[in-house]
Design a binder for this molecule. Structure first.
Ligand code: G6P
Length: 368
């Protein structure tokens, strides 16, 4: 059953390996070969989505990073403004809701106190409706929201969230299509995205198959005290999520930066004792990212680059490349978090930490 570790040493590893199936489950009944089956979102969804002209996303932790990725998708594919904020800030400040805006919470547990408080506050702010992207049926967020899109990832036991994240991203991509349809997304684009999503579980399997190589790479981190994660565009939130994983379970200080900001501060930290992890799929930001990497190398930083063949980044002195399967730009965030999860896991195992229950952290923060 879902509650035992089976052949795995830790729940986290089991949950990382479950991700191809989790993505399939999240798509189940919601897509045909070429189309989103929007009726799967329930009867109330049509009216709510028809009205939506703006989005406010609220979440915490890993779920917040899923929200950050969704912002890139929603603004680029649906062309509607999308704001994202952590619940603990949003709930305590005076805010303004844009006209016709939908309030979205993202949560694995559906019980995070700050996220729930933000939803309750939003009800007085004039949002047209609330929607939660959530993994636990019957949870507080599901009960108190107008709409719920369940992520269907199954119980997640490891405190460091893995499969919940990839299922949230999958569900958020479906939601992006539903919004896009109402704002000029053409059928052909929808078809391409759906086909990419259907192919994604296989690509995730290929990424998981890199586990041995990533385990070897992890040795370079076990003795380090600091690390830097870089990405650009929708890969910036993936750098953030990768750094969160490393912090949570290996207790190594990990900071994430959008690579273009390097020169505004973190470059001063770069030396041979600070490994720099970069997610560098082939996309229209790659050339810019590569010049950021050169800035780092020129200062003696040791680089670990996750890239596909087309990225044409080669192993060199101070630069280790992990070759990822190629995928379409839109799927990159979902695919590239996999090796970062595996990297953190192996570093934590090398350091001998309590991987599934890291010190000072809780799976679900239900009190403030
Ligand atoms: C805690 C967990 C994280 C999680 C966050 C938000 O900090 O340790 O893994 O991302 O809460 O939880 P939620 O259930 O709202 O997604």
């Amino acid at each position: 059953g879902t509650a035992d570790k089976g052949e795995f040493r830790h729940y986290m590893m089991k949950e990382i390996y479950e991700q191809p199936d989790v993505i399939r489950q999240c798509l189940e009944g919601r897509v045909s070969e070429t189309r989103l089956l929007e009726q799967a979102f329930g009867v109330k969804a049509k009216e709510v989505l028809d009205q939506t002209q703006a989005i406010q996303i609220i979440a915490c932790g890993t779920s917040y990073h899923a929200g950050m990725v969704a912002k890139y998708w929603i603004e680029s594919l649906a062309g509607i403004p999308c704001q994202v904020e952590v619940a603990s800030e949003y709930r305590y400040r005076k805010t303004v809701a844009l006209p016709n805006s939908l309030f979205i919470t993202i949560s694995q547990s559906g019980e995070t106190a700050d996220t729930l408080a933000a939803l309750r506050k939003a009800k007085d702010l004039g949002f047209t409706a609330s929607l939660t992207v959530c993994n636990v049926p019957g949870s507080s967020l599901v009960r108190e929201s107008d709409l719920a899109i369940m992520t269907n990832a199954g119980p997640e036991i490891g405190v460091a969230s893995t499969k919940a994240f990839t299922s949230q991203l999958t569900a958020l991509m479906l939601l992006t299509i539903a919004l896009g349809r109402r704002h000029g997304m053409v059928d052909q684009v929808e078809e391409e995205i759906i086909k990419d999503l259907v192919k994604l579980p296989e690509l995730v399997e290929k990424a998981i198959a890199l586990d041995d190589k990533i385990e070897k790479m992890s040795q370079a981190f076990a003795e380090k005290h600091n690390s830097l994660f870089l990405g650009r565009g929708a890969m910036f939130p993936i750098a953030l999520e990768g750094s969160l994983k490393l912090k949570e379970i290996s207790y190594i200080h990990a900071e994430a930066y959008p690579a273009g900001e390097l020169k505004h501060g973190p470059l001063a930290l770069v030396d041979k004792d600070m490994p720099i992890v970069t997610v560098a799929p082939h996309n229209d930001l790659l050339d810019k990212l590569k010049s950021n990497l050169e800035e780092v190398r020129a200062r003696g930083g040791e680089l670990f680059v996750f890239a596909d063949e087309k990225s044409k980044v080669k192993d060199a002195d101070g630069l280790t490349v992990l070759n990822m399967p190629s995928c379409s730009d839109l799927m990159e965030p979902i695919l590239y978090i996999i090796p970062l999860q595996l990297l953190s896991y192996h570093v934590a195992v090398l350091k001998g930490t309590d991987v599934d229950q890291p010190r000072n952290l809780a799976k679900s923060v239900t009190v403030e």
